[in-house]
Write a protein that binds this ligand. Sequence first.
Ligand SMILES: Cc1ncc(COP(=O)(O)O)c(/C=N\OC[C@@H]2NC(=O)[C@H](CON)NC2=O)c1O
Length: 425
Amino acid sequence: ESISTASREMYARACEVLPGGNTRTGIFNSPYPIYARSGNGCRVTDLDGVERIDFLNNSTTLIHGHAHPEIVAAVTEAAGRGTCFALPTEAEVEFAEAVCARNESFEWARFTSSGTEAVMMAVQAARAYTGKPKIAKFAGAFHGAYDSVAVNNYGSDSLTPHSHATGTPAAILANTVMIPFNDPDGAVAILRENVDDFACVLIDPVPWRLGLLPANREFLAALRAFCDETGVLLVSDEISSFRIGYHGAMHAMGGVADLTVLGKIIGGGMPIGAVTGRSKFMSVFDPSQGTPKLPHSGSYNANPVSMAAGMASLRLLTPEQIDRINAMGEQVRRELRSVIAEEGLDWAVNGMSSLFRIVTSTVPGSDLSGPELSRLLFQALLTNGILIGNSGLGCVSTPMGQGEIDEFAVNFKQAVRQAVAAARS
Ligand SMILES: Cc1ncc(COP(=O)(O)O)c(/C=N\OC[C@@H]2NC(=O)[C@H](CON)NC2=O)c1O
């Protein structure tokens, strides 16, 4: 049924000028996506004026929700003084200080305009520092669109590299090795097979495409020990998971990375990415000693508007705020689990801190499993005033309170019943 007449009409117009009316694969939804008109705090309004509680927050980016007054003020003030210069600004230095203060391993920082670029630069920095070609990543984990890492990134645990970017050269796949998540013996055995060829191991400590289940401490310790022994760099992609603790995900789980990639929440809703880490590794970018091993430019790198939004976002993200949204995240996971239990379903609600992911039945052959059911649930939630990701991903934002959690629990029950009925019809 048509959820939003105006969105359907807008989508038809979009298809005239955008491939499939789309410019971001992850948020495409058939038969057509709902178009946003505006957002305010934890609520988003579509082109028909329908308001929903936003538990997706632009794929966990908007930790302070939409149009936070302090972030809007910072962006407006910065933009009024010029949005970008072919000159460095104080804003870049101030924000780099704020980022480096978050974790003792963040000795130097460098900015990009997306997480994808930051992952790319971290991988290239590891290759520049070690002189080695191969990288290891976890089967199924998502790290953005860079072709060296856009390999096995849709949740499958297959260790055979396959790219979702059709046409990726075999030479790229040959240098991207899959290792199994939370399997220390399995992962280290594969790493040892080509130990002299590895530049880095790339890990998201809470990989959402693997069901948002965290790495365990023994596993992180085994990776750290392997990297200490061999000189392979440990790169932590915390673009989505940094929010789980004031010092980030690895720190919260007792690990230490050599380089850490940041994005999303540190940008306050403006385009951002960052590579941080030990200065000895980050030195590959340093142009002050002659041509750097790794040149890296970008027209909007460290642009003062993103820096200002990021400063406001980090300033607002106090330990108390993190504790508060983490407690609300735990309550959300508990409420959703009790609805699922009441409905007699074997779905799971995974995640930690302020992140959650609803995973429909994993029982092979169950009629209530897989991406189709996740999509039915996503659509049913849309008609019940709630926005989450089409793969069941969601998060809590700081403007939320008990009212939003209560409303989610009630509407989730209705949506589950509608999705199950639709799946069985
Ligand atoms: C661990 C990790 N590494 C790199 C990236 C890429 O950063 P970006 O270039 O700033 O988007 C990301 C960013 N996107 O992840 C969000 C993810 N992206 C998606 O396409 C889907 C869309 O809904 N299924 N949902 C999501 O939450 C990331 O999470």
